[in-house]
Design a protein around this ligand. Structure first.
Ligand SMILES: [Zn+2]
Ligand SMILES: [Zn+2]
Length: 368
């Protein structure tokens, strides 16, 4: 599908895209039921019920059929309608929402296809309408330049969630296991959940802050991080553009204080929800000011300045949860009521394309 495309009502494009997308996601859902040990992640399975997944699959497939028929009637090009109806039909043939769950054993090495499908659907359902209602850049298209690349990153990082989780735990346990004493952990767990939550967010963001700042300071780390800064449009999908090695490095560092302190599960779960929502929200095309809340929590305006194509601002606002951390270390820059003119990298643009960008940090710069 093309980039930089304006979608208009009544042309059968929107219904075609929804149909094709839900048909493909429905097929992914059926695969999760058929091969749970390969396609569903052990950690994420605990976050939803089978009934919830079945209902989602049922309504997803119904919508794919209906939208496919509408698109077929309205659009001269029938490709999207055929993809939507075809994949939804295949998913139905394989069992649809009544499919039996194949017996499985929990395996440490599986893909997070369930995590991708559910997270993708809900991110779109929540953020696309909010972006439309409160857009910072009202003329920015949903299918703007670079959306295919960002979607690829979104898919890959979600599929590998269990490997990221395994690696971060392994790293924290082996490198910092000595610091995780029973005394410290029982003191932390004796605190109220909301206090634990605040401490968890603060410590996690403190570790994230310095990991992020080092990514800006050291050339070999910047080569990985420059991929994230290469986005020229900000929206709910833009933050997904992050090199896999950077994800593994940053997540490993953030896991250190969480592992050492041994916070209670409800506090950790609340932290995980905040990470999920805020990582998407701070990149979103949202022109909201958030009033005094902007001094407490990182907002789109705060993080958009970090992505500014402007030497004065691109090495500032490293926190992703709490701006106070930037205030403490003197890197807070968020001019009131103003937004960057342009996003992107000052110099040394990484190549286009997922594989080229993945290999980019390992390549020598071309001699001129
Ligand atoms: Zn950065
Ligand atoms: Zn960012």
């Amino acid at each position: 599908m093309k980039e930089d495309v304006a979608l208009k009502f009544g042309k059968g494009q929107i219904s075609g895209i929804i149909s094709a997308m839900l048909g493909i996601l429905g097929l992914c859902g059926v695969l999760c039921f058929r091969f749970p040990d390969v396609f569903t992640s052990e950690q994420f399975r605990a976050a939803y019920t089978q009934d919830f997944a079945r209902n989602l699959l049922f309504w997803g497939l119904i919508t794919a059929y209906i939208m496919g028929i509408i698109s077929y009637a309205l659009n001269q090009s029938k490709v999207l309608a055929w993809i939507g109806i075809g994949t939804a039909f295949l998913a139905s043939l394989l069992g649809g929402s009544r499919i039996e769950v194949s017996p499985y054993e929990s395996t440490a090495y599986s893909f997070g296809l369930d995590w991708f499908v559910i997270s993708f659907i809900f991110s779109m359902l929540i953020f696309i309408p909010i972006e439309k209602a409160f857009a910072l850049r009202k003329d920015q298209k949903i299918l703007r330049k670079g959306w295919r690349l960002d979607l690829t990153y979104f898919i890959v990082s979600h599929l590998l969630i269990q490997f990221i989780f395994l690696w971060t735990n392994l790293f924290a346990a082996n490198a910092f296991g000595w610091a995780a004493t029973a005394d410290l952990q029982s003191t932390i767990r004796s605190m109220p959940i909301w206090v634990q939550f605040i401490i968890a967010v603060f410590l996690a963001d403190l570790f994230q802050y310095w990991t992020h700042r080092f990514h800006h300071k050291f050339g070999f780390l910047w080569k990985f991080h420059s991929i994230h800064h290469s986005s020229e449009s900000m929206d709910w999908l833009a933050g997904s553009r992050t090199h896999l090695v950077e994800i593994f490095m940053t997540r490993a560092m953030v896991m250190v204080p969480l592992y050492v302190c041994g916070f209670s599960e409800p506090a950790l779960n609340a932290y995980v929800v905040l990470v999920g929502v805020q990582a998407v929200a701070i990149h979103a095309n949202l022109g909201l000011n958030f009033g005094p809340l902007r001094y407490i929590l990182a907002t789109p305006q705060f993080h958009h300045w970090h992505h500014a194509k402007d030497a004065e601002y691109c090495d500032a606002n490293y926190a992703v949860h709490l701006p106070v951390i930037d205030m403490i270390f003197g890197t807070y820059r968020c001019p009131k009521g103003k937004w960057p003119d342009e996003y992107g990298i000052m110099a040394g643009e990484p190549p286009p394309g997922f594989w080229q960008q993945t290999l980019h940090p390992y390549r020598r710069p071309k001699k001129k």
